[in-house]
Design a protein around this ligand. Sequence first.
Ligand code: PAF
Length: 294
Amino acid sequence: MKICSTIGELNEALKDRKDRVVGFVPTMGALHRGHISLVNESISNSDITVVSIFVNPTQFNNPEDLSKYPRDIEGDSRLLEAAGADIVFVPGANEIYPGGIDFSGPIPRSVGSARHVDLNGLDRYGEGPRRPGHFEGVVEVVSRLFDIVKPQIAFFGEKDFQQLAIIKHFTKELGYKIEIKGCPTFREDDGLAMSSRNLLLEPQKRRAAPLIYKSLIEAAQIARSAPHPPITPPELADITTKKIDSSPELKTEYAEIINSLTLQPAESWDEEAITLCVAVYAGKVRLIDNIKLR
Ligand code: PAF
């Protein structure tokens, strides 16, 4: 496995790529089995697997979240080597943002040519209004990484449901010929969705956190009841919030039931595909999760 920290080194490592399929797994490190499942998926679907590790400042709207974000390059490299990744790209910020990053505003912004993509309302609900600037930062970094790595396929987790939809959208919008593959959420034995942020949970909050997925499963059971659910989507979202908040360790920021394609609120059960998305605070740690209802 080659570890590259500059674009030059990466190009050198990829110089024999001709006619070979490059699979790409962008990450922010602090890797867990969920990331490794993306790497496995890439290994099965491509000839060369590149994993990037870059904690991207421009997607953090909260400076404390950025400074506390777990970092463990050595542990990550060991996991990736064991998983069979071919190349790990660990760039410095100057490789991704050659014009520098402006940290003076409420959210760090790249200096110079920012990429503007109309997100078509995909960021109107969920994470969008709660994390202003976040998705602009995601589009910025992922498109820059695509330009650098030039993969044919890229792999993202379905836990970040809205992120996945936005990445699929901008890939098309900006004309990239890259197949975006969504991969199922990996869970701990007690149901908690795997996330690098789980490492930051205090023990009591960690014990309470499985209630999030338990509440999502109960909501899915209600949403699938025949001949049709006894309550409306907004009522079910309210019930889910109350269930999660019944733990004193958890506080729901939002529970939203949305059309899985447009990401706009589902007002009735007639819509073709419907997903319940939640963001929950366990102390200072913010966890997100989702479940397909229909
Ligand atoms: O999902 C993540 O870890 C990040 O948002 C991503 C896609 C690596 C961009 O920084």
